[in-house]
Design a protein around this ligand. Structure first.
Ligand code: MLT
Length: 210
């Protein structure tokens, strides 16, 4: 299978061939361009694969359908998780990513689909920075996430992602064996400068010098 624009609109920016590749997953209403400056600030010189969600909600791209805010269409979520996982697998070939680690940087809806990838298709991602993430679905059994490095940055005053729900996701990922760094911050849903500095220091510690 080829990783084509017909599958997912995306951009690939080549980087240092010896370093992990960032997978950027935008929030509701965003697109594949949104997180590129943030990704480049977190990990300069690393290759970037940035993908646009295929679902439209009143014209706003998302990675899966929802019935209401925080209430997800679980059939669509599972379908879209597999669809994205298959695209990423094809993109590894297409862009000669090979065995380089793939580390997601996802915000809000993008963080939630990244969490769903860990729970349903754990082979796809090696690590992730999950910004304002919640539980995408309750799996029947937890995957094996040993060796996966995950940073979660959650807003304690986030009106969209309840703190308890984000903590529940953190518990699931930790119970599944992930090397998890969960940080609840005095923030709301929007991102701030401290999110960037948190990601930079975590990424450097996890994957070496930037
Ligand atoms: C979601 O739908 O994934 C979450 O509610 C976050 C968002 O508003 O996109």
């Amino acid at each position: 299978m080829n990783a084509t624009e017909a599958d997912f609109k995306h951009i690939f920016l080549p980087g240092d061939a010896d370093r992990p590749v960032l997978l950027l997953l935008h929030g509701t209403g965003g697109d594949e361009n949104d997180l590129v400056p943030l990704g480049q600030a977190v990990a300069p010189d690393h290759a970037i694969l940035s993908v646009r969600g295929r679902v439209l909600e009143n014209g706003m791209p998302r990675f899966f359908r929802r019935l209401a805010e925080g209430v997800f269409d679980l059939d669509d979520l599972k379908f879209r998780t597999d669809e994205l996982a298959d695209f990423i697998t094809a993109a590894r070939d297409e862009y000669e990513i090979g065995k380089r680690p793939l580390v997601a940087l996802g915000y809000s809806n993008g963080a939630n689909i990244a969490a769903s990838l860990f729970l349903k298709r754990p082979e796809v991602l090696d690590g992730a920075m999950l910004l304002r993430a919640m539980v995408p679905f309750d799996p029947d059994e937890l995957p094996h996430l040993q060796g996966k490095k995950i940073l979660m940055l959650t807003g304690m005053m986030d009106p969209i992602i309840p703190l308890e729900n984000s903590k529940k996701l953190a518990g699931m990922l930790a119970d599944a064996g992930a090397d998890l760094d969960f940080r609840a911050k005095p923030m709301a849903h929007g991102l701030g400068p401290s999110d960037l500095t948190d990601m930079q220091s975590w990424f450097t510690a996890a994957y070496g010098t930037i």
